[in-house]
Design a protein around this ligand. Sequence first.
Ligand code: F6P
Length: 320
Amino acid sequence: MIKRIGILTSGGDSPGMNAAIRAVTRVGINSGLEVFGIYNGYKGMTEGYIEPLTRDSVSQISNRGGTILGSARLPEFKDVAVREKAIKQLKKRGIEAVVVIGGDGSYRGALSLTQMGINCIGLPGTIDNDITCTDYTIGFYTALQTIVEAVDKLRDTSNSHHRCSIIEVMGNRCGDLALYAGITCGADIVITKDTGFNEADVLDRLRELDTIRKKKHAIVIISEKITDVDEFAKKVSLNTGFSGRATVLGHIQRGGSPCPFDRLLASQMGEKAVDLLMQGIGGQCVCIRDNKIVSYPIEKALKMPSDSRKPLTNLFERLI
Ligand code: F6P
């Protein structure tokens, strides 16, 4: 039976990571384990920036955004020599297993460590909702709420000035933040990597909203990394009756107090991670599927093709 576990947060932070840290720490301690915080992700693991966590050190954090452990991206962790250095730091402290909270890059590190003898469990901490094996990632709904609040505000001002607001949201290569925001904000157009972006078609549609539907404003939500939204806004002003204005929501989407769903999800997933490690299981990631907390092999999770978003895309189309 293991005695000591570590926990780290890695990659882009997400609201709810602290609730997961608290859950792993408290469930771990209440199950007789010693729990260590590994600071700044795999970087801190390699450098030995590792400190014990207590019940008190994780008190009053589940309402806080960000991560008390800090996070980093460390591409060098794919080098076996770097991982060996990290494993030495863990062994020096008697840490036998680790909970890794992050996205797919963090999962790759967790899998490699497991293959080298340190059991790791991955928790999906990212606002992007881009880990296919789980219905939702920790932080997604809080980021969505931030977007919805911003779009509601933009709608007010757009409506007063006969404007088209083009709002760029995060998501890396995943369109979920844009699509869910499109439905919940009542946007006119959603553009993601799945919908594709045909500039001429979008301008046509905006002209139709202006001249035929007589709309006072238009809302376009677009995933990041698709087009230059400032340039596109200029084209909207030139080619439609709306004046175009672009807003890039950026890192605001990553911050803020996690919503109750993310706190609950993080707590349930943290509990599951500790239970798996105590059973001697590693190389798995925790998921929520059909409202049940389950686990899935990381190796398979990384290769899983992304789910079709057809039903939600169809719903969006039927709502406009
Ligand atoms: O993965 C989370 C995320 O916020 C993505 O949505 C975005 O593309 C990326 O991280 C931004 O990364 P950084 O914080 O390193 O600029």
